[in-house]
Design a protein around this ligand. Structure first.
Ligand code: NAG
Ligand code: NAG
Length: 344
């Protein structure tokens, strides 16, 4: 709707959203990754519920549009679109309206899918310089939205998989399975630059979150709970200081008036939300989409510094950094619908 978009495009920058993202919950029972052989997702039956964490009883049922390919692998979610691929086919589905965009055919033998593929849009789909990037083990495929072909670039990551991609200050950063951070440059020609970071700790299970002009990393830790032998998990948050050489992860003591939104699957987007009290949320909290297998739980707010519930720790194991993503599973995630990105 044109007037909706016009109204919404006057909202402040996406990084300072003062309303929360929507929670997307796939229909059907909870499935953890690698619970069987990796099979593409049957799209005829791919449905989900969107709900607003500030209005718990409101939700919207959505599905993949008819006449879509039968089955596809899930590669990620970006600017309000789910990203799927299967062999040479690629599909973007707007999570809110259910409308689809079909990019041109991918090169054959692209090795996306199973546990290799991950994708991101570099800007809202509607903006003139938006590109869709899909990473396999050896290549990055780039589609400039609106054109009719893909370009392919060779990756130089010693065969490590890419675990998470974020767009930060106009650049694309990826984190690989060895938890090394790389910046991707497109000009003057494509290259990946490893960011030198002072090694003070080894992240265990981590997520990158862009928060305005800060690049944050949430790291999950375990502390042994003394004689009882019980162990607690908790989160630490670090901010990357780029102004020193090598760059350095600086531990934060609190999140001030921010709330972070994360889901266990790192192919899903992460968000930072300022002053969550405005919609009834809590500052200094990490909102995790579906931390546990409890069918009634859709998300959990973990106060920064507090232990993570035990049930959550168990289900998080399936998303451990040592297990590659499973492209046959669409899991709970946070998303801002494409319309909030306005007219680009
Ligand atoms: C949601 O709950 C609120 C308060 O409990 C109530 O006022 C409102 O009518 C409910 N909305 C729907 C759509 O059920
Ligand atoms: C980065 O580190 C330098 C040197 O320790 C310090 O002066 C600067 O304030 C730090 N910047 C941030 C954003 O933490």
């Amino acid at each position: 709707c044109r007037s909706w978009r016009a109204a919404v495009s006057t909202f402040p920058s996406v990084h300072t959203f003062s309303f929360p993202p929507l929670h997307l919950k796939p229909d059907g029972p909870y499935v953890h990754p690698h619970s069987g052989p990796i099979k593409p997702i049957p799209l005829s039956n791919c449905k989900w519920q969107l709900s607003d964490p500030s209005k718990k009883n409101l939700s919207l049922a959505c599905s993949v549009p008819k006449n879509s390919p039968n089955k596809m692998h899930y590669l990620g979610c970006s600017y309000g679109y789910l990203i799927f691929s299967h062999k040479v086919h690629c599909l973007l589905v707007d999570v809110y309206t259910g409308s689809k965009v079909m990019p041109p055919k991918l090169p054959p033998n692209n090795d996306l899918g199973y546990f290799c593929g991950i994708g991101i849009l570099t800007a809202p789909l509607i903006s003139p310089n938006s590109c869709l990037l899909l990473f396999s083990r050896d290549s990055m495929f780039e589609w400039h939205v609106g054109t009719n072909s893909w370009s392919e670039h060779t990756l130089t990551l010693d065969y490590e998989l890419i675990y998470q991609i974020v767009s930060f200050k106009g650049d694309i950063f990826v984190i690989d399975a060895l938890l090394r951070l790389h910046a991707i440059h497109f000009r003057p020609q494509f290259h990946m630059q490893k960011i030198a970071i002072k090694k003070e700790f080894v992240p265990m299970n981590s997520w990158l979150v862009v928060c305005g002009d800060m690049l944050l990393m949430i790291d999950q830790r375990f502390s042994s709970g003394g004689l009882g032998g019980s162990s607690n998990a908790f989160f630490r948050v670090f901010r990357l200081n780029f102004s020193v050489e090598p760059a350095k992860w600086v531990k934060l003591e609190k999140l001030e008036n921010y709330a972070l939104f994360v889901s266990p699957d790192r192919r899903n987007p992460t968000f930072c939300c300022m002053s969550p009290e405005r919609w009834g949320g809590k500052s200094n909290c990490i909102y995790f989409a579906r931390l546990s297998e409890d069918p009634d739980e859709t998300w959990t707010a973990v106060e920064f510094g507090q232990p993570v519930p035990d049930s959550a720790v168990r289900s998080m194991i399936f998303y451990d950094i040592s297990s590659p993503p499973d492209s046959g599973v669409l899991s709970s995630l946070w998303v801002f619908p494409s319309l909030v990105y306005g007219s680009g």
